[in-house]
Design a binder for this molecule. Structure first.
Ligand code: RP5
Length: 172
């Protein structure tokens, strides 16, 4: 197994049902990754060493998902010069707005690339695009993936135009 290039961390195992989407896309693109639970609040010493050592271990991008008072992505970004992608996790109380604001509102100097609430799939894709800056294999895979998206939309549009919206909806 190759050394992981991408790290997926999350504040709790309760985030895994969302964060698995990032792992699945990395597997689809054959990107070596590691995945674990680290909490900025419950295991602060662990995130300190994890963030501080991440670049030296050969990681190139970190994806951090957390809900509620979601400090994991920002704290990780403060501890490493690697790009950090934050995934706000939908919580019960504030519909994910708490995590979104906590992750996106970073102070100037320590950016976190924030995706949508529960946007773990896009976090995985963005990580691959970042790897693609220096690795043309990943860049080509992203191009192919987008070609597939385009073809899917074109097929749907052609079918909709041919059948009309009523028949189309009945099949949905
Ligand atoms: C955050 O608190 C985690 O990222 C999770 O989204 C939320 C709730 O955690 P659990 O109480 O389910 O462990 O730190």
């Amino acid at each position: 197994m190759s050394k992981p290039l991408v790290s997926i961390i999350m504040g709790s195992d309760s985030d895994l049902a969302v964060m698995r989407e990032a792992a699945l896309v990395l597997e689809e693109f054959e990107v070596p990754y590691e995945l674990t639970v680290i909490s900025a609040h419950r295991t602060p010493a662990k995130i300190y060493s994890y963030g501080a050592e991440a670049a030296a271990r050969g990681l190139e991008v970190i994806i951090a998902g957390a809900g509620g008072a979601a400090h994991l992505a920002g704290v990780t970004a403060a501890l490493t010069e690697l790009p950090v992608i934050g995934v706000p996790i939908l919580g019960k109380a504030l519909q994910g707005a708490d995590a979104l604001y906590a992750i996106v509102q970073m102070p100037a100097g320590i950016p976190v690339a924030t995706v949508a609430i529960n946007g773990a799939k896009n976090a995985g894709l963005l990580a691959i695009q970042i790897l693609g800056v220096k690795n043309p294999v990943y860049r080509e895979k992203i191009k192919k993936y987008r070609q597939g998206l385009k073809e899917q939309v074109e097929e749907k549009a052609a079918k909709l135009e041919k059948q009309g919206f009523k028949a189309y909806l009945e099949e949905m």
